[in-house]
Design a protein around this ligand. Structure first.
Ligand SMILES: [Zn+2]
Length: 382
C-alpha cells in the first residue's frame, strides 16, 4: 500500500516535471524600446499647511511598480511622481478572486467595500454603494472625473454608476444622468446617443443642466457650470496620437471645480496604461505612463501653489505581469518582459503629495483609500 502511494506520487510529480515545470503556459514576450521624447520634470516643494480643501485622485489603470520603473528608465531616471512625499502599498484582491479587475478594485477605492469581480459600486449582494463623488457632492463640494477611456468603462463607472456587471455599458451610461458629478470628460459617445433603447442621453444630460460637448475645442471654451464632454466614440486614441489632451482636460476641470469655495474632489484616470498591458505593448505603455506622469507634474504644480490640495497617485492593479529585464538610463532604453495578457495579483504603489499625504504611508487594503480620502476631506468640515 505504502509502495503504491509512493509510486502514484512519483508518477504525478514526474508528470508535473514534464508538462508543468518545463512548459511555460504563456510564451515569453520580451521587447526593447527607446523612448524618443524625454521630458523635463517639475520641481515642487512639500506643502506646509494642514488643511485639505481639495482631493485629486490620479489612477494609473494597471500601473504597477514595474510600469512606473520602466517609464523612469525611459525618461532618463526622472519622473514627476518622484515629487510625492509619501509612498504606500495597497492590496488589490477582490471579494471572490485574488486577481481583481478595474470594476472591483475601483469599487474598493471609491466606496470602501471589497466586492465581486466585474462589479460596479455594488456590494457582493448587488446593493448599490455610495461613492466618494456622492459623499463629496452631499457635503457641498464640486466633483469631477476625467478619463482617457469610454465613460461607461469600469474606473469612471464606479464613481458614477451602480451595476453588478461592468459589461452592461448602456445601463451604466444611463446612470450618468443621476450621478451629480459636475465635470465629466471622456469618450464612448456611442453609448449615449446610439443606443438600443433609442434614448438620446446627450439631450437628457442637457436637460439636467450640463453643457454637453463633443469636442475638446468646444469644452475648452467653457468657463463655468456643469460639463459633460464626450469627445469621441470608443476610447480616446493612445498617448502618442492623443497629445496632451489628458493634461489639458485635467487642468480645465481643476479650473472650473476650484470656483467652489468649499473645495472639490476630482478623479483623473490614465485609463489606457491598462490596455497596453493587455496587449503586451511596451512602447505604447511607456508613452502612456509618460503622458500620465506629465499630467501628474501639471497637477502638482497647481497643488503646490494652492497649498490646500491633497494629490494621490496610485494604481488599481497591475496589468501584464511586467518585469524590467534591462535598460539604460542614458539612452532611455528599456527591455521588459510580459508574463500574462491579464492582470496580476501584486501589491500596487500609492504616492501622495500635499496636506494629509502622510496618512497614505504603509501597507493596507485598497478599501482604506476611500476611508483615508474621506477623513482628509471631511475631518475639519463638520
Ligand atoms: Zn485591465
Amino acid at each position: 500500500m505504502k509502495n503504491l502511494s509512493v509510486f502514484i506520487l512519483t508518477f504525478f510529480l514526474s508528470l508535473n516535471l514534464v508538462f508543468g515545470q518545463y512548459e511555460p503556459t504563456v510564451p515569453l514576450k520580451t521587447s526593447t524600446y527607446t523612448f524618443d521624447q524625454p521630458y523635463e520634470i517639475v520641481k515642487v516643494k512639500p506643502v506646509k499647511g494642514k488643511r485639505v480643501r481639495n482631493v485629486i485622485l490620479m489612477i494609473g489603470d494597471g500601473m504597477g511598480l514595474v510600469q512606473v520603473s520602466a517609464a523612469w528608465v525611459a525618461n532618463h531616471g526622472k519622473l514627476n511622481i518622484d515629487n510625492c512625499t509619501t509612498t504606500g502599498l495597497s492590496r488589490t484582491y477582490c471579494a471572490n478572486k485574488l486577481i481583481t479587475d478595474s470594476g472591483a478594485a475601483g469599487t474598493a477605492m471609491a466606496t470602501g467595500h471589497k466586492t465581486n469581480y466585474h462589479c460596479i459600486a455594488v456590494d457582493t449582494l448587488g446593493n448599490p454603494l455610495t461613492s466618494l463623488t456622492d459623499l463629496a457632492h452631499n457635503r457641498g463640494l464640486k466633483t469631477g472625473i476625467v478619463v482617457t477611456c469610454n465613460l461607461p468603462d469600469a474606473t469612471p463607472a464606479v464613481f458614477c454608476a451602480n451595476n453588478v456587471d461592468r459589461d452592461q455599458e448602456e445601463a451604466i451610461a444611463a446612470d450618468y444622468l443621476s450621478c451629480n458629478v459636475d465635470y465629466i470628460f471622456g469618450a464612448g459617445r456611442e453609448r449615449f446617443n446610439q443606443r438600443s433603447d433609442n434614448r438620446d442621453l446627450l439631450s437628457e444630460m442637457k436637460e439636467k443642466g450640463y453643457q454637453v460637448c463633443t469636442s475638446w475645442e468646444e469644452t475648452a471654451k467653457i468657463t463655468g457650470g456643469k460639463v459633460f464632454s464626450v469627445v469621441s466614440e470608443g476610447q480616446l486614441p493612445l498617448a502618442r496620437e492623443r497629445g496632451d489632451l489628458f493634461a489639458k482636460a485635467s487642468l480645465h476641470a481643476i479650473d472650473l471645480l476650484n470656483q467652489n469655495k468649499k473645495g472639490f474632489f476630482l478623479m483623473l484616470e490614465g485609463s489606457r496604461i491598462d490596455d497596453c498591458g493587455h496587449s503586451n505593448n511596451l512602447p505604447e505603455l511607456i508613452n502612456e505612463v509618460a503622458d500620465f506622469d506629465k499630467t501628474v507634474g501639471e497637477v502638482m504644480k497647481w497643488a503646490e501653489k494652492d497649498g490646500e490640495t491633497l494629490v494621490i497617485v496610485l494604481a488599481d492593479h497591475e496589468t501584464g505581469g511586467l518585469t524590467l529585464l534591462d535598460g539604460n538610463l542614458k539612452t532611455g532604453t528599456v527591455t521588459g518582459n510580459y508574463s500574462t495578457d491579464g492582470h496580476s495579483g501584486i501589491l500596487v504603489p500609492v504616492y501622495a503629495y500635499g496636506p494629509g499625504a502622510a496618512e497614505f504611508a504603509g501597507i493596507y487594503e485598497n478599501t482604506e483609500i476611500k476611508k483615508k480620502i474621506e477623513q482628509a476631506l471631511f475631518r475639519q468640515k463638520h
